[in-house]
Design a protein around this ligand. Structure first.
Ligand SMILES: [Cu+2]
Length: 303
C-alpha cells in the first residue's frame, strides 16, 4: 500500500491515513445527520419546534470518543516521530550547508557536492547548517523535513531503501529565489557510492575559482553568462567601470582586484547601482585568501 523509499515512509503515511480516515468518516457522518435533521424536522413535519435540555449519555459519549480519537492520533504520531530522533551511532555523517539559494553537501573526507549522494540501505545522518537565514531541508519522498537555523545545528537521518533519485526542496521561505533552492537525493548501490565517495579528483579538472563560486553558492545570485539575477553577472565585469552607491553617494569605480576583494569582505559597502543592499553576507570568515585569488582569476576569464 505504501511506498518504501525510506525507513520513515510507513510510520508517517500510516499516521496521515488514520487522520484522513477519521476526518472523512466524520465529514460524511455529520453531513448525513445534518441532512436527515433538515428533512425530519422541517416546518411541515414538525410545526412546533422541539426543545432539548441536555442529555447526559450523549454528552459523556461525545467527550470520551473524541478524547480516545486524539489519543490514538497522538500515539501514531509519536510512534512515527520518535525514531526520527534516534540517530544510529554508525550513520554516515554528512553536513548540509544551506544558503540563499543553494544546498551544498559536505562529506567526512572533505568532498562536497550539490546533490545529496547516499548509498542504499545505509543509515545517513545530516547536520544542518545555515550560512544566512532560516531554510528547511525537505525530502518529500522520504517524509522528512527539518529547519536549518543559523547559529544552531539541527539533525536529521534516514535510510534510503531504493536506488533512485528524489527531489529536495527548501520548505522555508528564504527570499527572492527560494523556489530555485532545489537539489536531489541520488541513492546509489553501495559499491558505486564508495567509488563516488573516494573519487575526490573529479573537481580537479574544474577551475579552482569556479569550484569556490559553486561551493559558496555565489552563482545562485551572480550568473556566469550575463543574465541579471540578484546581483550583477560576472560575465564581462572584470575591468569594467561601474557606478556604485557608497552610503548615499554615487561614485565610479573600476572592477579590479581591490573592488572584488572588498566586495567579498564587506559586500554592502559599494553596491553596484540598480542592485539591492543587504542581500549578500560577508565572506570574510568563509573564503580563504587563496579562494579569493582563484575567484578573481576565474572572473578574469569570463569575457
Ligand atoms: Cu531556503
Amino acid at each position: 500500500m505504501f511506498s518504501n523509499a525510506s525507513n520513515f515512509v510507513q510510520g508517517v503515511d500510516l499516521t496521515f491515513a488514520i487522520i484522513l480516515g477519521a476526518s472523512v468518516f466524520f465529514l460524511v457522518t455529520i453531513t448525513a445527520v445534518m441532512i436527515w435533521f433538515v428533512i425530519r424536522y422541517n416546518r411541515k413535519r414538525n410545526p412546533v419546534a422541539t426543545q432539548f435540555h441536555g442529555n447526559n449519555k450523549l454528552e459523556i459519549l461525545w467527550t470520551i470518543i473524541p478524547t480516545l480519537l486524539v489519543l490514538v492520533m497522538f500515539y501514531f504520531g509519536w510512534a512515527g516521530f520518535k525514531p526520527m530522533r534516534d540517530i544510529p551511532a554508525d550513520a554516515i555523517p554528512i553536513i548540509a550547508h544551506a544558503q540563499m539559494w543553494q544546498w551544498n553537501f559536505e562529506y567526512a573526507n572533505g568532498k562536497t557536492a550539490d546533490s545529496l549522494v547516499v548509498p542504499v540501505g545505509k543509515a545517513v545522518k545530516i547536520d544542518l547548517n545555515s550560512r544566512d537565514v532560516v531554510h528547511s531541508l525537505y525530502i518529500p519522498a522520504f517524509r522528512i523535513k527539518e529547519d536549518v537555523v543559523p547559529g544552531r545545528t539541527n539533525r536529521m537521518w534516514f535510510i534510503a531503501n531504493e536506488v533512485d533519485k528524489y527531489h529536495i526542496f527548501c520548505a522555508e521561505y528564504c527570499g527572492d529565489r527560494h523556489s530555485n533552492m532545489l537539489s536531489k537525493v541520488v541513492v546509489l548501490p553501495e559499491d558505486e557510492y564508495t567509488k563516488w565517495y573516494n573519487d575526490t579528483l573529479s573537481l580537479a579538472s574544474m577551475h579552482p575559482g569556479l569550484v569556490a563560486l559553486k561551493k559558496n553558492a555565489c552563482i545562485t545570485c551572480h550568473s556566469l553568462d550575463g543574465i541579471k539575477i540578484v546581483g550583477p553577472s560576472f560575465k564581462g565585469i572584470w575591468g569594467r567601470s561601474e557606478t556604485v552607491v557608497t552610503g548615499d553617494q554615487e561614485r565610479e569605480i573600476i572592477v579590479d582586484e581591490a573592488y572584488i576583494t572588498h566586495s567579498l569582505i564587506d559586500p554592502n559597502a559599494d553596491v553596484v547601482k540598480g542592485y539591492n543592499k543587504g542581500l549578500m553576507i560577508s565572506y570574510k570568515e568563509i573564503l580563504s585568501e587563496q579562494d579569493i585569488k582563484d575567484i578573481i582569476e576565474y572572473i578574469k576569464t569570463l569575457k
